[in-house]
Design a protein. Structure first.
Length: 584
């Protein structure tokens, strides 16, 4: 601290000031204490030289500050207006995202890419900003820049640099994925012995089909061009690798090329691939029966050959999961007939299994039956039948029939009893269709080449919900669609950013032991805001909760004190940037 001497025509005034820098490195001064003019000082302290006394007082305040972490006293004038256009409120929830970003060493990855391409803009800050905002304020790339001022740290990124960065990120996508996977193993255990693969698609707000944007079977039934995303997730629930394909491409051939890249770049060789029925082609199953690989996939019972379907639906020969019967000192599985069950109250799961060899592929078929799920499916269908009956009573509301559309239960007749074309169509509920569908209630099929117990196979398959949840997070929380970009390279880069954002979120979720839902975590990060008090620090305006405590404890810094001084905030930012992955 030092004194400031202000000389006017009629007097000389003194004050104690100190130099301060904000978190962005901008230097300024603040008045610590106004000491008054020379006359006032002589009146209060007779016989002293005002300037010498002021210097001694400044020295005293400096020593006191070093000895004590004194409380910050904030004085506000209720009659003074705040400065027009001066931003005072900032988001600091991104600091946890920033910590993961540096844990994954994405800043170093960006530096290596920059050195190879020799461009001038800051790829590191651009990628970081894209990831933070994809989670906190998902919007267009232009909107991302507009929203970026909401973050505590300032930036100097220009829109043109952002689009140039997307072109580079697309070229380096595979390298980034490979490096991020390697770096993530220092943060968390990655259970790569079990991999899940699934596909989804994302629509564009355009009617032009060109490049990756093609018309196909939209999973949201939208009449727009789409692009297809294939995603591998490991047994830890973390995204591993992804691929982008044209929207009109069949899903099944997308698995092998991405899996080959995992084998080569990620140096993984022994794993089980779990997919749904739509991706489990005969070729994919054969491919994952080679070397040390295996597969677990859902199997539509409706699509089984007749003799296998008859076996699967036969009420005899079932066993209860975990149940055994002791006979002659040996454990023997107890055989159960489904006709003897109380289907209205039973909550157990039953199974039967058999091996089959077809077209050179030996695999085990496991069929499970759940009375509870049977009741659930029957209840859903009853509601659909009620909706179908309402439409029968009002035929103008009948739509094109689809798999889960209640209109599939409506039978329409367009001819008279004499075989002539009727002037008006008649509509009735198709009871045969209802009975045919009800046969499969409660049944579920899985195929595998593993010799594990049925309970273990079913457990592996049941975790497919996590990759489906990942797609929901991308679409709903991170608003991955609609896609507004036009060039294929930038579309790929957009999905790379979404992939890295999903990985960042999943790592945070993992570190807090999945103690909160996705909505709770992301909303908490969005709500963590502070109010800047010029030259002093930042006052938290968010609600402290068990979740914010958990985040602070896990990441090793606190932003929930009554005020976070500028110096303390600088230390937090430095700690995050230089954090060692072994911290976790």
């Amino acid at each position: 601290m030092r004194i400031k001497k202000s000389v006017s025509k009629n007097s000389v005034s003194y004050s104690v000031i100190e130099n301060v820098r904000d978190i962005n490195g901008n230097s300024t001064t603040k008045v610590v204490k106004a000491l008054g003019n020379e006359q006032e000082i002589r009146e209060k302290h007779p016989g002293v030289d005002p300037e010498e006394w002021a210097r001694e007082y400044a020295k005293k305040l400096t020593e006191e500050k070093k000895r004590n972490s004194e409380k910050v006293i904030i004085k506000q004038d209720p009659n003074k207006y705040i400065s027009k256009g001066n931003k005072r409120s900032y988001n600091i929830g991104y600091l946890f995202l920033k910590s993961i970003y540096h844990q994954l060493k994405l800043d170093k990855i960006c530096k290596e890419i920059t050195d190879r391409h020799n461009f001038s803009y800051d790829l590191d800050k651009t990628l970081a900003l894209l990831i933070y905002m994809r989670i906190l304020h998902p919007t267009s790339k232009r909107g991302t820049l507009e929203k970026a001022d909401d973050l505590l740290e300032s930036h100097s990124i220009e829109e043109q640099h952002m689009y140039r960065a997307l072109d580079i990120l697309a070229k380096e996508s595979d390298i980034i994925e490979k490096a991020v996977y390697k770096n993530s193993t220092a943060i968390v255990e990655r259970k790569t012995e079990l991999l899940y693969y699934d596909c989804t698609n994302y629509y564009f707000e355009t009617e032009e089909a060109v490049g990756l944007k093609q018309y196909g079977m939209s999973k949201e039934n939208r009449p727009n061009p789409i692009v297809q995303m294939g995603l591998f997730m490991d047994g830890s629930g973390l995204p591993l690798a992804f691929v982008i394909n044209p929207g009109n491409q069949n899903e099944q051939p997308t698995l092998k090329p991405l899996e080959k890249r995992i084998l080569k770049d990620f140096q993984l060789s022994k794993f089980v691939v779990c997919t749904d029925a739509g991706l489990s082609s005969h070729e994919n199953r054969l491919y994952n029966s080679m070397n040390d690989r295996a597969f677990v996939t859902t199997q539509s019972i409706k699509k089984l050959k007749k003799h296998l379907k008859d076996w699967a639906l036969n009420p005899s020969g079932w066993h209860c999961v975990g149940s055994t019967q002791v006979t002659n000192d040996k454990k023997k599985k107890q055989s159960i007939n489904l006709n003897n069950l109380d289907l209205e109250t039973d909550t157990q799961i039953y199974y039967k299994e058999r091996w089959m060899n077809e077209n050179g592929l030996e695999q085990k078929l496991i069929v499970t039956f759940s009375p509870k799920h049977k009741r659930y499916q029957a209840n859903i269908r009853e509601k659909q039948i009620e909706r179908a009956q309402t439409k029968v009573d009002n035929p103008s509301r009948i739509e094109k029939k689809r798999a889960n559309n209640p209109d599939r239960f409506i039978q329409s007749t367009h001819v008279t009893n004499e075989g002539e074309i009727a002037q008006k169509s008649s509509h009735t509920i198709n009871s045969a269709m209802i009975d045919k569908e009800a046969v499969y209630d409660g049944f579920y099929g899985v195929c595998t080449n593993l010799e594990n117990s049925p309970a273990e196979i079913v457990r592996i398959n049941q975790r497919r919900w996590e990759i489906e949840e990942s797609f929901r997070i991308l679409k709903n929380e991170m608003r991955t669609r609609p896609v507004f970009l036009q060039k294929d390279e930038r579309i790929k880069a957009h999905f790379l950013v979404c992939f890295l954002s999903l990985l960042t979120y999943r790592l945070i979720e993992n570190r807090i032991d999945e103690s909160a839902t996705c909505c709770e975590i992301i909303q908490t990060l969005r709500d963590m805001r502070v109010l800047e008090y010029t030259n002093e620090g930042y006052i938290p305006t968010y609600t402290r909760t068990d979740l914010t405590d958990k985040l602070h404890n896990v990441f090793g810094f606190r932003t929930d004190t009554e005020i976070v001084t500028i110096q303390k905030m600088k230390k937090i930012l430095k700690q995050i940037k230089n954090i060692n992955s072994t911290h976790f």
